[in-house]
Design a protein around this ligand. Sequence first.
Ligand code: ADP
Ligand code: MG
Length: 616
Amino acid sequence: MHRDRHESYKWSTMKTSSTLRPRSNITRLLAYIYPYWPSFLAATLCGLIKLLTPVGIAWVVGKAINVLTAAHAGTLTTGEAWAQLHHLLLLGLGVALFAPIPVYLRSALAARAVQEVIRNLRCDLYAHIQKLPHAFFDANRSGSLTSRIISDTEAIQPFVGKAFVQVWMSVGLITVVLIYFFSQSPLLGTIAIFILPLQMLVQRLIGWKVKENAKKIRSQVANLFGSTQEKLAASTIVKTFTGEDDEVQRFAEDSGALVALGVSNSRLNGMSEGSMNFIRSLSQLLVIGIGGYLALFHAPAISIGLLIQFVLMQSQLYTPFEWLNEMQLIIADAQGATERIFTIFDTAPEIADKPNAVKAPHFTGEIYFDHVTFTYPGAMQPVISDLDLHVPARTTLALVGPSGSGKTTITHLVNRFYEWETGHILIDGRDVRDYTIYSLRHQIGLVPQEAILFSGTIEENILYGRPGASFADVEEAAKRAYAHEFIELMDDGYQSMLGERGIKLSGGQKQRISIARAFLKNPAIIILDEATSALDSESERIVQQALEDLMANRTTLVIAHRLSTIRHADNIAVIDGGRLVEYGPHETLLQQDGLYSSLCRQQFGEPQAMISPGDA
Ligand code: ADP
Ligand code: MG
């Protein structure tokens, strides 16, 4: 939807960031900034001109005052003085007229460069997160991930803008003014700048505290963001457990902490501003006082005009010094954010393709688990132990077993969401690790318990199964998923919007859209993970019909809580504690009188009732 916005985005920058790992994070950030150096340089030069404008005016004012005092003292005639004043004013006017151009250019150039650097970083981060393994998402709340993508990259913005434009403008200005000061009067120059370190000291003492607070505020906000998002997304749970009041209470406490931090920050800012004003006034008085004393008693070369120039120019130095002084804090700040960002970059992307991985051929869909053992990252016990299982092509295997026995995990492994330790999973006789991940997953369809639909139109949601498919194909897929009828009844049909502000669908309708997506993808292998468990029996009947059509002529792994839906499966694998405990068709397993038949008895009473036809 926002494709055009990213059009100019350079994907090549991604490679530089991940291949150069050992460098410091700030250096890695530089790799993003470097391509924009001409913009940063031009912005800096324009910025320097901007800063020099008031200095030029100060020079003109000082000169003009000297012309006037000379006329008063009689060393210049009024005619000469007026002519000189005239020239000086024209010069000043020229400077004033020209000044807005670099001011404008600096803002425009710097803003574009900074925004693009941040955009590139953010897009790379998002692209990298998309490639991260399942285990990463298991461990990271999506709220805090969102905040990392958006606000941490945002936090780097001041650093980029300041370190690469403002600092160099400041250095340029300070150099020019100091050269002028010392060429005119080294003594007065020394007085004019000696107070500036004092300013830096005050700023540093209070500034650190302010930044510390700001950091606390940010992390508090991120926390609030994460937990609020989680709670609002799970409003059903909050409501059923009548936890609303507790939630409001907790939210109020977290928000209260923000008030204290915010107030303390403003107090510190006030203190800092007050002391800074005092120091500045003091330093101007010092220049006039000591300079005046020198001019009266010791150094007749110091003119009134020069004194005025010093006072005016000196006041132009405060801001650049402040900027320089701030840099350390801004760098420290950016370091935190860059560290968090590059930690994500350093998280190895998902299980990579083997160097000699091949594009999977069109699968017939025979799956073979050959003594597979798998432990979740960080877990102690294997969740799948020595699984040995054969699924002939175009047959249905039902996975049955107590909750937590490892059924979903088995289907995750077929998709290669995780790396298992020992054994092989073969599809069409070849280890799935020999195929490229893309070509493997391209041929596996998944219908999970909760249909995941995105904000967007119904058509876009179905198209997710095969981007670029024609509308006729979308419609065909929807028909086969028994979704076409209810979509047609909507005012906007396939263009109806789903999502936060869009129409609301029932669980069964969502599931049928999810199935239409799978039809459109047309994979050789289908995984149904409790696809009807969340539905009422009326929706279940129609979704079940759609699923059976979807399963036809494909290899299917089906996990179903309700055993009535799987007894026609070609084979049933009973999993308990990550092990295969029984295997065979429904009737055979019933006769074995093991775990399966006891599960059946729990659901249906006497197992005999299960065999009689037509009790769906
Ligand atoms: P089932 O689908 O049969 O109910 P699962 O395959 O979802 O079972 O889970 C099997 C076991 O693995 C459970 O004990 C569960 O706690 C554990 N498990 C599931 N997902 C993860 C994960 N992402 N990280 C660690 N352990 C997990
Ligand atoms: Mg499961």
